[in-house]
Design a protein around this ligand. Structure first.
Ligand code: ZN
Length: 212
């Protein structure tokens, strides 16, 4: 009961990938606090990825709100005026119980398909505070994602190079909900039915993560 009450008050931060204003997206930002390594704020993502990510985020938000959670979204349209550092800080400042970054994948090989969940690799001073919880969340998210979509399971993948993870001070995962470069999966990703399956998986995963 207490766990459920605590979970009900929790805030989930949803971060639909890309959709950045072009002049901002070109700018550089350090990949982590104090890092000399710079990456662009938004390389643009796979063709058609930004609207798919936003659609899934909006559906996830509706489900989470209906479950009694609080939800914040880094963007709710196009023309976002920040980088991945700002996206992480947005979730940090709100004390999110979980940051869910929503993306779709792209490959030069049109035959590649499937879903994966990225989590922060362990780096002292950057992610040691969120590594264990993020890994636990990532395993739950991937499990729910595969169950809901029946897509090929590409697993949970640790990443050390993602700015949005390295600046996060709250548990964070990044869902690659399928490949925009695969004709069949791109069609699914653009469909309301598949978007709703992914959203359902994300909402259930957040609940499982919070009520342990
Ligand atoms: Zn992306």
């Amino acid at each position: 009961m207490l766990a459920e009450l605590a979970a009900a008050a929790a805030l989930i931060c949803l971060d639909p990938g890309h959709g950045t204003a072009p002049e901002i997206g070109r700018e550089l930002e350090p990949i982590g606090p104090g890092s000399a390594r710079l990456k662009v704020k938004d390389p643009g993502g796979a063709a058609g990825e930004a609207p798919v990510a936003l659609a899934i985020a909006r559906r996830t938000r509706a489900l989470l709100l209906a479950q009694g959670y609080r939800v914040a979204m880094t963007r709710d349209g196009i023309g976002y005026r920040g980088g991945n550092r700002e996206r992480a800080q947005f979730c940090n400042e709100r004390g999110a119980a979980l940051m869910v970054r929503i993306h779709a994948d792209g490959s030069s090989d049109p035959g590649v398909h499937g879903v994966s969940t990225l989590v922060p690799a362990l780096r002292r001073g950057w992610t040691n505070d969120i590594h264990t919880a993020s890994r636990r969340a990532g395993a739950i998210v991937q499990n729910e994602l595969v169950a809901a979509t029946a897509a090929r399971d590409l697993g949970v993948v640790e990443r050390a190079d993602l700015t949005g993870f390295n600046w996060a001070d709250v548990p964070a995962v990044l869902v690659e909900a399928g490949f925009m470069s695969n004709r069949r999966e791109a069609g699914l990703l653009r469909s309301a039915a598949y978007q709703q399956k992914v959203a359902g998986a994300l909402a259930r995963a957040a609940q499982r993560f919070l009520i342990r």
